[in-house]
Design a protein around this ligand. Sequence first.
Ligand code: FES
Ligand code: FES
Length: 163
Amino acid sequence: MVALTVNGQSHQVDVDPDTPLLYVLRDELKLNAAKYGCGLGQCGACTVMIDGEAVFSCVTPIVVLEGRNITTVEGLGTIEAPGPMQQAFIEEQAAQCGYCIPGMMMRAQVLLQRDPAASDEEIRAHMEPNLCRCGTHMRIVAAIKRAGKLMQTASVDTAKRTG
Ligand code: FES
Ligand code: FES
């Protein structure tokens, strides 16, 4: 048994400890946002956030993840109440086939949690490891910029309410 914390929920999974996280997310926990692209850490389709860092879940065995906080796109919001990243990708219509998008969102989330006002150049450099075969890069950058603005607005609103 390996204990995993995914999107704030604890799970005990009974699989080989060397199993890559991506398979556990999809096959055991039925969290299907993260995608299998290359399986080699070369495309970013499987990207999730672990303790605030972007990680390729296809090459990360679960044995090293006990006690770590794993976040997937399912943890960013719901269909009824999308989080800022999801909302921004919808508003910018950033997906074409959509296969790369969950990984894009999670890598972008890592950046915006550190700096919601990241520049275009910083966004492009940060997103470099994630590939999009449909070529929607311009819209993806626009969506990340929009998500940053939504996050900043949300934190100003919270400060007004609590301040
Ligand atoms: S599927 Fe993990 S990097 Fe390509
Ligand atoms: S939208 Fe198709 S791979 Fe990116």
